[in-house]
Write a protein that binds this ligand. Structure first.
Ligand code: UGA
Length: 481
């Protein structure tokens, strides 16, 4: 059944959601205050790189079921309104900046009375601190017929269309589960998602705060998993172990699972970094800051991986002043042109700050990189050109074309065959055989050592535990490698 709906805020999440809803057969109008973005979308031009998005955008526009506007008055008759606004990190701290969301709800509240009290559902999709939905629901309470439901989005960039149309679960946060108002809201959203629900996607109904916390916890868990393996990387570097061996073996335990255990330069993007910080800030506000204090460490491990790449560059080149370094990748991950908090760009800036002449290449993200970095580093779209004459190559975004680089051919382009694999996607042995000096994060610099200095035979006293504890039997002690 067709529903007339709006999507307010057509950034990454909202634009994909709008086109996906049109794909499901609904009449959709997308709104944004950014007129340039709206003109591009209306002309079928995606404002970002996302596989499959352009096709559903154009299909929606051609069918007449998808339109875009900057005017709230055009939304007045929609039965369902999705809120897809960004909630970036506040300029003055860790918390989430909810100003776009607040402004959108205020504007929407002006046009909702045009429905004359007919049932209207406002659906929040943005990532927000626990408690936000309840506050927004109070603001909408005076509008007769309007309900608010919180339905967090779990899409991954690079898989956004697939994740929207075929999600692994749908979470519905309601004011008070099992009340008539909640059931009315759930039924309305079920109608919108009917074709998704037919595919048996699990649908979980819970209170507002639980739904908000599902999203925050999911991203915090993913970030923690990445930082966990990156912390293990530091141990691997200190002991001469290979983190990819450790990750493969622990990932085979079903309870741990192998996903998000790819050690490397760590997480970035518009979500994980700011979401863990907002989660910590929210915990502080609720008086339970200590509970999420470990996320500070998750953030710190992530940060240290970036520093480590610069250290490795120093170990390989000595003084970096005026040395030519090529960074492969600008996007925060492959199949995206998003450079928000990109580890690759951050490392490129740090190398530049250390005096190196840095060239960055990327198949999709150079425009965004240019906007972010200005003239700080050289941007070169052609991989061969970027590599020509370089003294050190640093792979920081694992695009297929970089994973598949031929070490022999690449060696013929560069000035010196030195590589830092910041994503552990190259086979060191193969590169070494082709004459490269290759260093990776969490892996010994050469196949069989040299190992770092072995720790002393006596283990350091535990920080907790009994002072008079008897010495552990020798076989249980840390042995020098
Ligand atoms: C993340 C979540 O995965 C989505 O579920 C969520 O909906 C989204 O944030 C959001 O809140 O909107 P996304 O930011 O697209 O999605 O990226 P991820 O695939 O989670 O990757 C994040 C970063 O972690 C990337 O920089 C990636 O390179 C890095 N990563 C990922 C690792 O370093 N190691 C891994 O094993 C996995």
């Amino acid at each position: 059944m067709t529903t007339t709906l709006s999507v307010i805020g057509v950034g990454y999440l909202g634009a994909v959601h709008a086109a996906a809803m049109a794909e499901l057969g609904h009449d959709v109008i997308g709104l944004d205050i950014d007129a340039e973005r709206i003109s591009a979308l209306q002309a079928g031009i995606p404002p970002f790189h996302e596989p499959g998005f352009e096709q559903i955008l154009r299909r929606g526009l051609d069918s007449g079921r998808l339109r875009f506007t900057t005017d709230y008055a055009d939304l007045a008759h929609a039965e369902v309104h999705f809120l897809g606004l960004g909630t970036p990190q506040r300029a003055d701290g860790f918390g989430a900046d909810l100003s776009h969301l607040d402004a959108a709800v205020a504007s929407l509240a002006q046009v909702l009375p045009a429905r004359g009290g007919a049932p209207t559902l406002v659906v929040g999709k943005s990532t927000v601190p626990a408690g936000t939905a309840r506050v927004l629901a109070e603001r909408l309470a005076p509008v007769e017929g309007a309900d608010l439901l919180w339905n967090p989005e779990f899409l991954r960039e690079g898989f956004a269309v697939q994740d929207t149309l075929d999600p692994d679960r749908l979470v519905y946060g309601v004011h008070e589960p099992e009340t008539p108002a909640a059931e009315r809201a759930v039924a309305m959203l079920d109608r919108v998602y009917a074709r998704i629900l037919e595919r048996e996607a699990p649908r979980l109904v819970m209170g507002y705060e639980a739904a908000e916390l599902v999203k925050a916890s999911a991203n915090a868990f993913l970030a923690t998993k990445i930082s966990f393996i990156n912390a293990v990387s530091e141990m691997c570097e200190a002991t001469g172990a290979d983190v990819t061996d450790v990750a493969r073996a622990i990932g085979m335990d079903d309870r741990i699972g192998s996903k998000f255990l790819r050690a490397g330069v760590g997480f970035g993007g518009g979500c994980l970094p700011k979401d863990i910080r907002a989660f910590m800030a929210s915990a502080e506000q609720h008086g339970v800051g200590e509970a999420l204090g470990f996320l500070r460490e998750v953030d710190a491990v992530n940060e240290r991986r970036r520093t480590r790449v610069v250290e490795l560059a120093g170990e390989m080149l000595g003084d970096l002043t005026d040395r030519r370094i090529t960074v492969l990748g600008a996007a925060f991950k492959p199949d995206s042109d998003d450079t928000r908090d990109s580890p690759a760009l951050d490392v490129a800036c740090r190398l530049r700050a250390a005096g190196a002449q840095v060239t960055v290449t990327d198949p999709q993200a150079l425009d965004n990189a240019g906007r972010r970095l200005g003239g700080l580093v050289e941007l070169e779209p052609d991989t061969d050109e970027a590599l020509r004459g370089t003294e050190l190559t640093v792979l920081l975004t694992e695009w297929d074309q970089y994973r598949e680089l031929d070490p022999v051919r690449t060696a013929s382009l560069v000035e010196a065959p030195r590589m830092i694999d910041g994503r552990n996607v190259l086979t060191p042995q193969v590169w070494r055989e082709a004459g490269w000096e290759i260093r990776s994060l969490g892996r010994a610099s050469t196949p069989n050592g040299p190992r770092p200095t072995a720790p002393g035979t006596e283990p350091a006293p535990a920080r907790t535990g009994r002072i008079d504890a008897p010495a552990a039997p020798a076989r249980n002690r840390l042995q020098p490698v």
